[in-house]
Design a protein around this ligand. Sequence first.
Ligand SMILES: [Mn+2]
Length: 179
Amino acid sequence: MVRHGVSFDTIVGSGPNSSIIHSEPSDRVIEQGDVVQLDFGCILDGFCSDCSRVLFMGNVDEEFKKIYDIVYEAHKFAIDNAKAGMKASEIDALARNIVKLSGYDFNHAVGHAVGKEVHEKPVISPKDETIIENGMVITIEPAIYIEGKFGIRIEDTCLMKDGELVSLNNTTKEIRIIE
Ligand SMILES: [Mn+2]
């Protein structure tokens, strides 16, 4: 990232700030028990990337784990089940319905196309009817925000290839606890 440059200003939100979608880095000191939300990307050969991961500081309570598992399941389900030829809105629904069935929702799109700009059209939202075709690059980033407490968003940049959605990020999505 240092060598190639970032595709947008890195988001780091700890504790309650993790529940703010575009949290800017602040002087807040990271504490035991915090959720730390990271959202970042770089530019390679003129093309952007976009990735979100969550870290847990020390012991994590059961509510955090429960919410993490829902978001991770929604993220994974959408990647595993998105196919070329589906509408953007249908791919949004794959992830959002898992979150909704668990009694939550989130007030942003499940993703967006990525190219020379980090946010391009189509938007993977309930209202976008664009057909997602082979060769398109989109993000899958469902989330749950518990206002004033914490937020969890898991995001990969994905390529629609041979009819299937393939994640281009290799970083683990298992729960990461920093002791
Ligand atoms: Mn994104």
